[in-house]
Design a protein around this ligand. Structure first.
Ligand SMILES: Cc1cc2nc3c(=O)[nH]c(=O)nc-3n(C[C@H](O)[C@H](O)[C@H](O)COP(=O)(O)O)c2cc1C
Length: 324
């Protein structure tokens, strides 16, 4: 039986559901060319982080010992970062034929506008908004403010560009279905479930915060799998990519059955090297053949919550009937 791995995500036509997600593995044109050779269907370039401006400018201020000049340094470093980002995006876009997605993580609305304008001018294929922050303040950030900020961000970016907008969400949103529905109405074309905050751990001997488990484990799949199954049924008008804990081709089958059009992979590429993409594609193709699935579309969302047989498993929160 003839089967194919083609899929569409956020208006992008992909040769397979395997996207390299944003990470240091996607930082340069050379790396992206190697990923393309290894068979990846699209690449999300490592994010530009607005918060790096303050960090780099403080470092420079410390070296210069002129604390009062940080405003000037912020401006200077901000300019330099954007200019480097523009040339990196351009060199990646010139070197690759697969869709290139520019990822940005900003705080201020005018920075979102500025970065979106740059990516639009370079002519990347889509934008991914890395919308994650640690809302931690009871007085200045009222309940629901994070979600309002996300919606406002998509509205603003939509006015700047006609490129597909992909929203990479954190997993701790209040009622993600209502949020995704609103993001779609404001012009988002795709959602990535989920982003992952930098992991923390504690060294109990030195009593220091240290970096936790950076690469994901198979256990990280459960949360994005559940929400892909729920959201693809509840808000079917937008496309989903699952990110988090995808370790093998079987996990990609699961993501698609739950309703994802694609997966965004990172840790597995660190663990096995980028040639692992070939193995993933082969496994997926063989599974489709042996299960008589002509294409990704023919089984995408077959196990999502629109089917009452599966909804109960996806909606289940409590360990009611668990027996050890
Ligand atoms: C070392 C490292 C760097 C990352 N850098 C970024 C980044 O720049 N932007 C972003 O949106 N996500 C970033 N991520 C998150 C990944 O893109 C991905 O969404 C997450 O690791 C879950 O997928 P995985 O289980 O395949 O690793 C990073 C992850 C790792 C491990």
């Amino acid at each position: 039986m003839i089967t194919n791995l083609k899929t569409t995500f956020a208006g992008l036509k992909l040769s397979s559901p395997i996207i390299a997600s944003a990470s240091p593995l996607t930082a340069t044109a050379e790396q992206c060319v190697e990923l393309e050779k290894a068979g990846v269907a699209a690449i999300v370039v490592k994010s530009i982080f607005e918060e790096s401006i303050a960090h780099n400018s403080q470092e420079l201020a410390d070296v210069l010992s002129h604390g009062e000049e940080t405003d000037y340094l912020d401006g200077y470093i901000g300019e330099q970062m954007v200019s480097e980002w523009r040339s990196t995006l351009k060199s990646i876009k010139d070197a690759c034929t697969v869709p290139i997605i520019a990822s940005m993580a900003c705080r201020k609305i005018d920075t979102w506008e500025r970065y979106a304008r740059v990516a639009d001018e370079v002519g990347v294929d889509a934008l991914e908004l890395n919308l994650m922050n640690v809302a931690r303040n009871t007085r200045h950030t009222p309940y629901g403010d994070t979600e309002h900020h996300l919606v406002r961000t998509v509205e603003v970016v939509r006015k700047i560009t006609s490129l597909p907008i992909i929203v990479k969400l954190a997993s701790n949103m209040t009622n993600p279905a209502a949020l995704v529905d609103r993001l779609k109405a404001c012009g988002a074309d795709g959602v990535v479930l989920f982003n992952r905050p930098y992991p923390v751990d504690i060294d109990i001997e030195t009593r220091e915060y240290i970096t936790g488990q950076v690469l994901t484990t198979p256990y990280n799949l459960a949360t994005p799998l559940r929400w892909t199954g729920i959201l693809s049924a509840e808000v079917p008008a937008i496309d989903y990519a699952l990110s988090g804990g995808v370790k093998n081709w079987q996990d990609i089958v699961k993501a698609i059955l739950a309703g994802a059009s694609a997966v965004e992979l990172c840790s597995a590429l660190y663990e096995h090297g980028i040639d692992y993409i070939k193995e993933l594609k082969q496994g997926l193709e063989e599974w489709q053949q042996s299960h008589f699935e002509e294409s990704v579309d023919s089984y995408r969302g077959r196990m999502n919550a629109s089917n009452s047989e599966y909804a109960a498993s996806l909606f289940r929160a409590h360990y009611l009937h668990f027996k050890s």
